[in-house]
Design a protein around this ligand. Structure first.
Ligand SMILES: Cc1cc2nc3c(=O)[nH]c(=O)nc-3n(C[C@H](O)[C@H](O)[C@H](O)COP(=O)(O)OP(=O)(O)OC[C@H]3O[C@@H](n4cnc5c(N)ncnc54)[C@H](O)[C@@H]3O)c2cc1C
Ligand SMILES: NC(=O)c1ccc[n+]([C@@H]2O[C@H](COP(=O)([O-])OP(=O)(O)OC[C@H]3O[C@@H](n4cnc5c(N)ncnc54)[C@H](OP(=O)(O)O)[C@@H]3O)[C@@H](O)[C@H]2O)c1
Length: 488
């Protein structure tokens, strides 16, 4: 009885708190990608008196929807309209050019806001940890994607696509397929997309004719999805090569495929492609070669160009079951080289911690219980008060845009539960400075905030420049250009 009364009293307190407009629930979301925007949207809807500020280290919002999704996938970017409507809500504000970890620390942010939701994604790369990984000509897919998508930190990559006719891509997920498609697709088809102009110019002069997509496991385990595979197999000037013998299924593969419809479809598409004859339709014919059961052992250095990659030394693999439905690649002790002048490592993104944030380095995520940050993962009953996580930082670097919607629903429902049951009340009953405190603090540090209306200036300038070239937009791809446009 006493428990119920306490619960009701807390619930009342929580509701009253939410209805006092002079003391709104101050929420800060870090990161303006899908996880950030979906969290903001759900918070605004669930808590009518919540005020939500979204900060991002870039002057531009939308995370990987802008700087990850491929330029030839415009339909995926339509979600930006929904995110823009969220940013323009009265109780929401976007503050670009504010970096958690340098403009403001995590402890400062937690002092300013009742609730902090970390949704800053995964801005680093898994590494292979094998000899030669630092040779010139080897890039992570993330860097390459930033480069062709006009991310201001991707401008300096300047990949040399003229010194070689062969590129090796390590990994067979959807990002690997994206970068392979950008290398292989006729540039006439890319010219009317929002690809960065520096990338288009480099691709127009590219001498790459052969692209290898190399997986450490087999075609039954390829990490890509059917729609994306069908798209690359359908590029009209590309011949596809797959060894039919690689497609033979072991009983363990059959077992895996039984429970996975997407992988079954992928396997069917690869089998069909292996049987089809090369098209040889144009003079500008290119080759896409799928290679399975090979794991990179080391990178070889060119004899003519010191410090530059000239090939990848692979170890053949066999698969071994570790648990039901899960086979891993084991080195078979036999080796083989593929000569190439460029390597793109597409083996997954990696999140990085900021000071003071609990972090599981092995999994590359913030330990959490349904979005509640845990300093001691073995004790989910004691989460960090007011600190939550969402998106790739919460789950690891997998999932499509829509996956983050469900992820945000989970995180926001944890926040709501904590508000209802009193977990947040002792601190949230006190007024917090929220937005005013943030603005004062970053102003004192000479950080130049980019508001959503500043972003709209960038947006309209990009659209204007794009219209001159029959493109949906011409991205401003340097920090200087971005800043200049916001101050006009
Ligand atoms: C190359 C690529 C292509 C993809 N293509 C598709 C596709 O076609 N369709 C699809 O459905 N999904 C696609 N995805 C998946 C989708 O983009 C992700 O699921 C989604 O973007 C993850 O959302 P997030 O908000 O967790 O991270 P992100 O989208 O990465 O957003 C993180 C945000 O945090 C900001 N940030 C980083 N560090 C800080 C900091 N210290 N302080 C402040 N802000 C910071 C970043 O600038 C960024 O805006 C793709 C992913 C990649 C990598
Ligand atoms: N169009 C779209 O919808 C789209 C486009 C791009 C990205 N995305 C999504 O974004 C997410 C991230 O994509 P992703 O391609 O970066 O990741 P991913 O799907 O996890 O693929 C990673 C690939 O790297 C391989 N790999 C990992 N470690 C390796 C190592 N040490 N050596 C060799 N190979 C290694 C994996 O092989 P194993 O399987 O053997 O581990 C796998 O082939 C995915 O969920 C993807 O679907 C979607």
């Amino acid at each position: 009885m006493k428990k119920l009364a306490t619960f009701r009293a807390r619930r009342w307190l929580c509701r009253s708190l939410s209805s006092i407009s002079s003391n709104p629930l101050r929420v800060c979301v870090v990161g303006s990608g899908p996880a950030g925007f979906y969290s903001a949207e759900k918070m605004l809807k669930a808590h009518q008196q919540a005020q939500v500020d979204i900060i991002d280290r870039l002057p531009t919002p939308f995370g990987l929807v802008r700087s990850g999704v491929a330029p030839d996938h415009p339909e995926t970017k339509i979600v930006i309209n929904q995110f823009s409507r969220v940013a323009k809500q009265e109780r929401c504000a976007f503050f670009g050019n504010v970096t958690l970890g340098s403009s403001i620390s995590l402890s400062e942010l937690r002092e300013l806001y009742h609730v902090v939701v970390l949704a800053y994604g995964a801005e680093s790369d898994r590494s292979l940890g094998i000899p030669g990984e630092n040779l010139k000509g080897i890039h992570s897919a993330r860097e390459f994607v930033w480069w062709y998508n006009g991310h201001p930190d991707g401008q300096n990559l300047k990949p040399d696509l003229k010194i070689t006719d062969t590129a090796v891509i390590l990994g067979q997920g959807n990002v690997a397929l994206d970068v392979a498609r950008i290398l292989l697709r006729p540039t006439t088809e890319l010219a009317t997309t929002d690809i960065a102009s520096h990338a288009l110019a480099t691709l127009e002069e590219s001498s790459i004719r052969v692209v290898y997509l190399v997986g450490r496991r087999g075609p039954a385990q390829a990490a890509c999805t059917a729609k994306e595979l069908r798209e690359i197999l359908g590029i009209h000037n590309v011949d596809v090569f797959i060894q039919e013998s690689d497609l033979l299924l072991t009983p363990a593969d059959e077992e895996e495929l039984k429970s996975n419809r997407i992988q079954r479809r992928v396997h069917e598409l690869l089998s069909k492609a292996a049987r089809s004859k090369p098209k040889h339709t144009s003079l500008n014919q290119r080759e896409l070669r799928f290679v399975f059961f090979r794991k990179p052992n080391d990178f070889q250095e060119s004899k003519d160009r010191a410090g530059h990659v000239s090939g990848v030394h692979f170890e053949k693999t066999v698969l071994q079951g570790v648990s039901h439905g899960k086979q891993i690649a084991i080195g078979a002790g036999k080796f083989e080289d593929i000569k190439c002048g460029m390597v793109l490592k597409s083996i997954g993104y990696k999140s990085v911690p900021v000071h003071g944030l609990p972090f599981d380095h092995k999994k590359g995520i913030v330990p959490n219980d349904r979005g509640r940050v845990l300093s001691d993962p073995s004790d989910p009953l004691v989460p960090e008060k007011g600190l939550y996580v969402c998106g790739w930082l919460k789950r690891g670097p997998t999932g499509i845009v829509a996956t983050n919607l469900h992820c945000a629903e989970e995180t926001v429902s944890s926040i709501s539960e904590d508000l209802e049951n009193g977990g947040l009340i002792p601190s949230s009953t006190l007024p917090k400075p929220g937005r005013d405190g943030l603005l004062q603090l970053v102003h004192d540090r000479n950080v130049r905030i980019v508001s959503f209306s500043d972003w709209e200036k960038i947006d309209s300038e990009e659209r204007r420049l794009g219209s001159l070239r029959n493109k949906p937009r011409e991205k401003l791809a340097t920090w200087d250009e971005l800043y200049k446009t916001t101050s006009q």
